[in-house]
Design a protein around this ligand. Structure first.
Ligand code: AKG
Ligand code: FE2
Length: 315
């Protein structure tokens, strides 16, 4: 990183306040901070008491165990949905390995995954992941509610939440050896509506600011990054932009992280509410099916587009 990068710091927003309920002063304050940060950076760090130290320790203990399984077992993590299965052994990002757990905030979703990894399941793993996934989903839902409220479309919130599924991607990054490239994962924007990212004690996530500068994010055990994906960018008619981010393994130790992505169900379209469109703000993106967008992005020829969303459904 060059010296200019210290000029940015991702906003840290405190979600641990007591009675953080809609209608309270603390809610309005956090709401303002969250929407401001999303509009400026596309993401922020949330301090959350939903992620207790117990949940944090158990989830990363569980991740170490699953990544220790033989590669033949890990590649059993497959899905009919594109980009939902095992990813690893990629020559240009040799430090990276990850697996996907669909419907991660339900016991059924997690057990479906554990039954492929361990012939008789793994209850400790399932419970640890489920506790984390539910807490992260609750935090995301709170942020989504704040966004809908502050843009005056809270009437759409309940139906939005009912149409969301969560994919958790669990990740392991090996420590980069001397002379080895440090790139853990390539620069990209998330294809989700929104994402949450949590890590063990090893940093590595970097965000690209609006001015093009990359800067690092330092996280404590109770902090989670909340990040806008391409779908909220389309939904919000570009008010919130999905930020470019990457992982650089500069430090010591193995990094484990868990990114949880919300995707809209197949039965609904990602669509900009009419409230966001007027003469001054013409419609930027046509309505689209979220899974179809993933199919589009998963094609090799579309992976390096500057803005896949614009190519896919830009007006
Ligand atoms: O590991 C991380 O911190 C980020 C991973 C990520 O950006 C992703 O999986 O989309
Ligand atoms: Fe990402």
């Amino acid at each position: 990183m060059d010296s200019l990068t210290v000029s940015h710091k991702l906003p840290i927003i405190d979600f641990t306040k007591e009675n953080l309920e809609p209608g309270t002063n603390s809610w309005s304050k956090v709401c303002k901070e969250a929407v401001c940060a999303l509009e400026e950076y596309g993401c922020f760090v949330a301090l959350s008491d939903k992620i207790s130290l117990k949940i944090h320790n158990e989830v990363f203990g569980a991740l170490e165990k699953v990544f220790d399984l033989p590669i033949q077992t890990k590649i059993q993590n497959k899905s009919t949905k594109p980009l939902y299965g095992y990813v690893g052994q990629i020559p240009f990002i040799p430090l990276y390995e990850s697996m996907g757990i669909d419907n991660a905030n339900t016991l059924e979703g997690i057990q479906n995954f554990t039954n492929f990894m361990w012939s008789s399941g793994n209850n400790a793993f399932s419970q640890a992941l489920l506790a984390y996934s539910k807490a992260a989903a609750e935090l995301e839902e709170m942020v989504v509610r704040m966004v809908f409220e502050s843009y005056g479309v809270e009437k759409n919130y309940e139906s939005h939440i009912k149409s969301v599924n969560y994919l958790a991607r669990v990740m392991k990054y090996k420590e980069a050896q001397l002379e080895e490239p440090k790139l853990g994962f390539v620069a990209h924007t998330d294809k989700s509506f929104m994402s949450t990212i949590h890590q063990n004690q090893v940093n590595g996530l970097e965000i690209k600011g609006k001015d093009g500068q990359w800067f690092g994010v330092e996280l404590s055990p109770s902090s989670i990054v909340v990040m806008a994906g391409d779908a909220i960018m389309a939904w919000s008619n570009n008010r919130i932009k999905s930020p470019h981010h990457r992982v650089m393994m500069e430090g010591k130790g193995e990094r484990y992280s868990i990114a949880q992505f919300s995707f809209m169900e197949d039965t609904v379209m990602v669509e900009t509410p009419k409230e966001f469109v007027d003469e001054e703000h013409p419609l930027k993106f046509k309505p689209f099916n979220h899974l179809d967008y993933l199919h589009f992005f998963s094609k090799e020829e579309n992976r390096r587009l500057e803005c896949a969303l614009k190519t896919y459904c830009g007006v």
